[in-house]
Design a protein around this ligand. Structure first.
Ligand code: RIB
Length: 311
């Protein structure tokens, strides 16, 4: 793999094969319906973020686990083609690769069922791998598609190394909030913010209330993504709304992952938080204009063009 002279970022997280069906109507219990199309494409929140980071010009180490099956081979191939360092990805001998069954409806809303497979078997091997990978990193990205104890153990090590930790708390799970002590930035979407705080996030005011609850749980910087409305942020001494942009939505599946990748790259380059969120919002916006997850992650030049010519 050709190393770029650039910032290094570590991602610990899931690697899935996405099986995506589109339909005009969602089936009800016991009902069989015909859909309109099917596509198989590489996904998983960890792997999506890794590809997103690489396309934005970062050197990326992805720490995770695939199955020793045909999906695992395809997933590694796609990561390599996207210049993601795969030396810290373990192949399971007895568990299948993670799979996401995704339905996209006529309004471009997505319904995702993840079967964790090998992602769910991440253990101390991944903590050790992350420790090695993080030695050169500026930032650690985590999500909740591998056991949270493993991500939080990596976050504690990141803390001791002085590395910024960003948690995308997706999908919604129950976990021990005291673990948030090692998290610098948390990036829930509206649904996740409601799950973790009990506050229905529908606008700036409700986002501000939810952010306050999350800050009280121990995270100094909360960024709640609001889909096409942009993102609300709240830190120890500032808060605000960064507006989204009008775009033609094709597929919303990888938007959150593109947002986190953009945020991590901009923060690692020491942009201000506001600038970093603007960049992240642009990445999320661009991701929804294409179908697929990893396929839809925007490239650095496209983000620059979008920011300079569209905003
Ligand atoms: O964030 C999108 C991802 O969620 C999909 O790629 C799917 O694999 C699920 O993990």
């Amino acid at each position: 793999m050709q190393k770029k002279q650039n910032i290094c970022i570590t991602v610990i997280g899931s690697i899935n094969m996405d099986l995506v069906g589109t339909t005009n109507q969602l089936p009800r219990a016991g009902e069989t319906l015909s859909g309109t199309s099917f596509k198989m494409s590489p996904g998983g929140k960890g792997a999506n973020q890794a590809v997103g980071l690489s396309r934005l010009g970062a050197n990326v180490d992805l720490v995770g686990k695939i199955g020793g099956d045909i999906f695992g081979k395809e997933l590694i191939l796609n990561l390599r083609q996207n210049n993601v360092n795969v030396e810290h990805i373990e192949t399971s001998t007895n568990t299948e690769s993670g799979v996401a069954l995704i339905l996209l409806d006529i309004n471009k809303e997505n319904y995702i069922l993840v079967i964790p497979g090998s992602n769910g078997t991440c253990d101390k091997v991944q903590i050790e791998a992350a420790t090695k990978a993080m030695l050169n990193s500026k930032c650690l990205l985590m999500q909740f598609e591998i056991p949270p104890s493993i991500s939080f153990a990596a976050a504690e090590i990141a803390r001791s190394l002085g590395i910024t930790t960003i948690l995308d708390p997706s999908p919604c799970i129950n976990f021990d909030y005291s673990d948030l002590e090692s998290v610098d930035i948390i990036t829930p979407n509206q649904h996740e913010a409601e799950f973790y705080t009990g506050i229905r996030v529908i606008d700036k005011e409700s986002a501000s209330k939810a952010a306050k609850v999350l800050k009280n749980k121990g995270v100094p910087t909360v960024i709640i993504t609001l889909g096409s409305e942009g993102a609300f942020y709240s830190t120890v001494n500032s808060s605000g709304l960064i507006n989204g942009n009008k775009i033609n939505v094709v597929d919303t599946v990888g938007a959150g992952d593109a947002f986190n990748a953009g945020l991590a790259v901009a923060i690692s380059k020491e942009s201000t938080l506001e600038e970093a969120i603007k960049y992240a919002v642009a990445c999320g916006n661009l991701a929804v204009t294409k179908s697929g997850s990893q396929n839809a992650m925007p490239y650095k030049n496209d983000v620059s063009y979008f920011i300079n010519n569209t905003l």
